[in-house]
Design a protein around this ligand. Structure first.
Ligand SMILES: [Zn+2]
Length: 479
């Protein structure tokens, strides 16, 4: 079906086409020359920067410090933790030649940094007084991707990876759950994504982890997006890399370590949680421009309106609002309205000669139906309130959507119906074979055992064995 060159395929017609077109047309990203790679354009990168700044602040507030580790890792490091290398082998990019000759030992482009950081932790930690060691790094990683999707699955992506070492399991588990809580808060409070926090089932664990936790968001097609994960690694990596400390009574002990990450995938999460058939809908806290001012008028009139529009933008900027004047003279106001709608700007202000004479601007929000006059004098306070309300509206709307598509099920028929449109809350036996059968039949996988789900016992929705987790599990199709 042909669509307006400026528009996107409706979500209901083809959600995947909607997403791919929007990413390009809203100028968030473009395909890179190497298959699976992505160029993040300034508008998309600004969204990431805003999320990153907030997450970085929270990571520091919870006691972590940033460091930076090398991109290239000796291949032998990955082999030291058996499950880790097995899990990552199919996705590794390996450097075999450099400086014009074959290397004695191949180097892996980091898919994640547990190994190299483990090696360094072993050098830096010797006493219980060195613990806990709470590190984070902002970096790019490479995981060779056979089915790339911009922001969601790309061969190279950006993220933060937290890596910490602790004296015992209790402290490492506290840390794992702190990181998970940070992700839940960032998703909810900044991205307006009402994620569900919980533990992964054994089959969905990170390679080398003892326990893996996740925050899962529901996208507008009902699929789940794993939006951040935190892993308790036990002493697996400590044993592989010799991360040991002398305890207070003089004994040699292995550390317990954790790792946790949130990635540029969150930009994809924002697009698919809030976007509609007109395009992007951005939470104000992540919007590169929170308010766009469109001067209205032709010829001389345009010249008269532009200086007051700029003055208004300056006043908004001073009040902490990211405001932008669309001064493009070759485009009609109608084109500009559609353009900023496509790009998800939360609030638009029109300023024409008649508005100016009346001392007002005409305001509309990205999801609102009508327009209302805003007095120029009180515009900064009024717009700050509008933006806060818009942020709340998005979270409420996404929460309502998620809840309306999450169904508690007890039969297989109910299960298959629920995961076609969204999530099923079901009992499961915990058997890997049963999980695989469910996946083969419905494409749904266990997303998490929700942390705040009430304790309950029942029979597996697929095979009727007793449930394994003491509560219902969320199943859904995922990205
Ligand atoms: Zn079962």
């Amino acid at each position: 079906m042909a669509h307006d060159e400026r528009g996107v395929t409706p979500q209901g017609e083809d959600f995947s086409a909607w997403y791919n077109e929007l990413v390009v047309k809203a100028e968030l990203a473009d395909r890179g020359p190497v298959r699976g790679t992505m160029v993040i354009r300034p508008y998309g990168y600004r969204i990431w920067e805003l999320l990153q700044a907030d997450l970085d602040r929270r990571i520091k507030e919870t006691g972590h410090v940033n460091a930076y580790f090398p991109l290239l890792i000796p291949e032998s490091y990955l082999k030291r933790e058996a499950e880790h290398v097995e899990g990552f082998s199919p996705e590794l990019a390996v450097v075999t030649h450099a400086g014009g000759k074959e290397l004695e030992e191949p180097l892996v482009v980091r898919p994640t940094s547990e190994t190299v950081i483990g090696e360094m932790m072993a050098r830096w930690i010797s006493s219980h007084r060195d613990l806990p060691l709470l590190l984070n790094q902002w970096a790019n990683v490479v995981r060779w991707e056979l089915r790339p999707r911009m922001f969601l699955r790309t061969t190279e992506f950006l993220w933060q990876e937290g890596h910490t070492a602790h004296a015992d399991e209790a402290d490492a588990m506290r840390e794992t759950l702190t990181a998970l809580g940070t992700y839940e808060q960032v998703a909810r409070e900044v991205a307006a994504m009402p994620v569900v926090a919980g533990e992964k089932t054994p089959g969905e664990r990170f390679p080398g982890a003892v326990r893996t936790y996740t925050v899962e968001g529901m996208m507008r097609d009902g699929r789940a997006l794993q939006s951040g994960t935190a892993h308790y690694l036990g002493a697996n990596f400590a044993r592989a890399f010799g991360i040991q400390y002398t305890s207070e009574d003089g004994g040699q002990e292995y550390c317990h370590t954790t790792s946790w990450g949130m990635t540029t995938r969150m930009v994809g999460g924002v697009i698919m949680t809030h976007g509609d058939d007109k395009g992007l809908v951005l939470p104000p806290l992540l919007a590169p421009y929170q308010v766009v001012i469109v001067p209205i008028g032709r010829g001389d009139q345009a010249g008269q309106v532009l200086p007051p529009a700029r003055e208004l933008a300056e006043r908004l900027t001073r009040a902490g609002i990211r405001a932008h004047v669309d001064a493009r003279t070759h485009l009609s106001p109608g084109f500009k309205f559609n353009d900023w709608e496509m790009r998800g700007v939360p609030v638009r202000l029109e300023l024409g000669p008649r508005d100016l004479a009346g001392g007002t601007a005409l305001m509309s929000t990205r999801l609102g139906a009508g327009k209302s006059a805003v007095p120029l004098d009180s515009a900064p306070a009024r717009l700050a309130a509008e933006l806060a309300a818009f942020q709340e509206l998005l979270l409420a709307r996404a929460t309502e959507f998620r809840d309306s598509r999450t169904v508690t099920v007890n039969t297989w028929a109910e299960f298959t119906g629920a995961v076609k449109a969204g999530w099923a809350l079901a009992f499961h036996c915990g058997q890997a074979q049963c999980e695989a059968e469910i996946k083969a039949a419905t494409a749904a996988t266990p997303r998490c055992i929700p942390a705040d789900g009430p304790p309950a016992q029942g029979r597996c929705v697929r095979c009727d064995l007793p449930s394994a987790y003491g509560k219902r599990v969320i199943f859904g199709r995922s990205y």
